[in-house]
Design a protein around this ligand. Structure first.
Ligand code: TYM
Length: 332
C-alpha cells in the first residue's frame, strides 16, 4: 500500500514557498494516497522558541493546513509531540545511524554556522527525528520541497541499514516526491537565498495571511533587474529574481513558465508585478478567510489534532513494538 507522510515546522507563519513547494501538492495527493500530515513541533524546538508562541503557532499552522485544503476526514493531521513513537523511534535510529552520515548534512552546517560547539544536540540529530517521523508510519512517499532532499536520502539510508543489520524487510525506502515547478521558491529580496520563515525581513516572503495591500507592496519592492521580461524561458538564465517571480506566477496559475513568458515577454516588471500581486492576493484570500473562521473555533482545531493523534498512534505504536522486538528490547 502506498502511504505519504510529510511535515512542516510551526516556527513562524506559513509562506508561499511552503504552499507552492509542498502543501498544495499534499492537498492533491490526499485523493490518491493514504495521507498523514504532521505539524513538527519537536523539530521546532531545535531553535529557541517562546513556549506560548510555539503552542499557538502549532494550532495556527494546523488550521492553516486545513484552510489550504487538508481534509482531516480523509487525511490524518496531528502534532508530532502528541505521538510518543516519533521520539522513541528517533532514539532507536540514533543507535544505528553513524555520525559520519550526520556530518554530511548541510542544513546543520548552515544553521549552526561558526557556533558549532554551542549548537544543540537536537539540531544535529534533527534528520534522525525526521527519519523516525516518516518510518514510524512505514510511509512510501514523502512530498517535500527541494531543500529536504538530503534529509530524505538519509532516511533511506537509515531504513536500508536497519533492514540489512537485522536481516529484515521492516522499513520501506521512502521516495521523495519533489513536485511541480516551484520546488525552491526564492526570497523576494535575494534571488540566491531560499524563501524562509527564519529570514529576518518579512519583505523576503509572502505569508499565507498577508492581505492584498501587503502582497502588492512586497512584490512592488521585490528585487528585480533593469531588463524587461524575456519572451522565452532561456532568457531567464542568469536572472534569478526574474526567474523566481515568473516561477511563482506559473505555479499560482498552474501554467508553464513558457506560457507566462508568452504573455508577458517584453513587459516591464511594474506591469508584471502588479498582475502577480493580484493573482497572489486572489489565490490566498480564500485560504486566509477560511483560516480566520477556523481560528474562531480553537476547540474544533484542537479536536482535529486530538483525533489525528489517536489515529496516528494506531499506526505507529505497532511499528515501534515490532522495531523494539527486532532490536532485542525485552517487552513484558
Ligand atoms: P519546513 O517547515 O521548513 O517546510 C515545510 C515544507 O515546505 C517546503 N519549503 C519550500 N518549498 C519551496 N520553496 C521554499 N522556499 C520552501 N521552503 C520550505 C519544504 O521543503 C517542506 O516540504 N524538516 C522539514 C519538516 C519535516 C518533515 C518531516 C518533512 C519534519 N519531519 C518528515 C517531511 C517528512 C522542514 O523543516 O520543513
Amino acid at each position: 500500500m502506498n502511504r505519504i507522510f510529510s511535515g512542516i515546522q510551526p516556527t513562524a507563519k506559513m509562506h508561499i514557498g511552503n504552499y507552492l513547494g509542498a502543501v498544495r501538492h499534499w492537498v492533491r495527493l490526499q485523493d490518491s494516497f493514504d495521507a498523514i500530515f504532521c505539524v513538527v513541533d519537536l523539530h521546532a524546538l531545535t531553535q529557541p522558541q517562546d513556549p506560548a508562541e510555539l503552542r499557538q503557532a502549532t494550532r495556527e499552522l494546523a488550521a492553516t493546513l486545513m484552510a489550504a485544503g487538508i481534509n482531516p476526514e480523509r487525511s490524518i493531521l496531528f502534532a508530532q509531540s502528541s505521538v510518543a513513537a516519533h521520539s522513541e523511534l528517533a532514539w532507536l535510529f540514533s543507535c544505528v545511524a553513524p555520525l559520519g552520515w550526520l556530518n554530511r548534512m548541510t542544513q546543520f552546517k548552515e544553521k549552526a554556522g561558526k557556533k558549532r560547539e554551542q549548537a544543540m544536540l537536537g539540531l544535529y540529530s534533527y534528520p534522525v527525528l525526521m527519519a523516525a517521523d516518516i518510518l514510524a508510519y512505514l510511509a512510501t512517499h514523502v512530498p517535500v520541497g527541494e531543500d529536504q532532499k538530503q534529509h530524505l536520502e538519509l532516511t533511506r539510508e537509515i531504513a536500508g541499514s536497519f533492514n540489512h543489520r537485522y536481516g529484515v524487510e521492516m522499513f520501506p525506502l521512502p521516495e521523495p516526491q519533489i513536485l511541480g515547478s516551484a520546488t525552491r521558491v526564492m526570497s523576494l529580496r535575494d534571488g540566491s537565498a531560499k524563501m524562509s520563515k527564519s529570514d529576518a525581513s518579512d519583505y523576503s516572503r509572502i505569508n499565507m495571511t498577508d492581505d492584498a495591500d501587503t502582497i502588492a507592496q512586497k512584490f512592488r519592492k521585490a528585487k528585480t533587474d533593469p531588463e524587461p521580461l524575456p519572451s522565452e524561458p532561456d532568457g531567464l538564465e542568469g536572472r534569478p529574481e526574474a526567474a523566481n517571480l515568473v516561477t511563482i506566477f506559473a505555479a499560482l496559475s498552474d501554467i508553464s513558465t513558457a506560457d507566462v513568458l508568452t504573455r508577458f515577454g517584453g513587459a516591464q516588471f511594474s506591469t508584471f508585478k502588479s498582475e502577480l500581486a493580484d493573482l497572489a492576493a486572489s489565490s490566498l484570500a480564500p485560504i486566509a478567510g477560511e483560516l480566520r473562521r477556523l481560528l474562531d473555533d480553537p476547540d474544533y482545531v484542537d479536536g482535529v489534532l486530538r483525533d489525528g493523534a489517536a489515529r496516528a498512534r494506531g499506526i505507529a505504536d505497532p511499528v515501534i513494538a515490532r522495531t523494539q522486538e527486532i532490536m532485542g528490547i525485552h517487552r513484558v
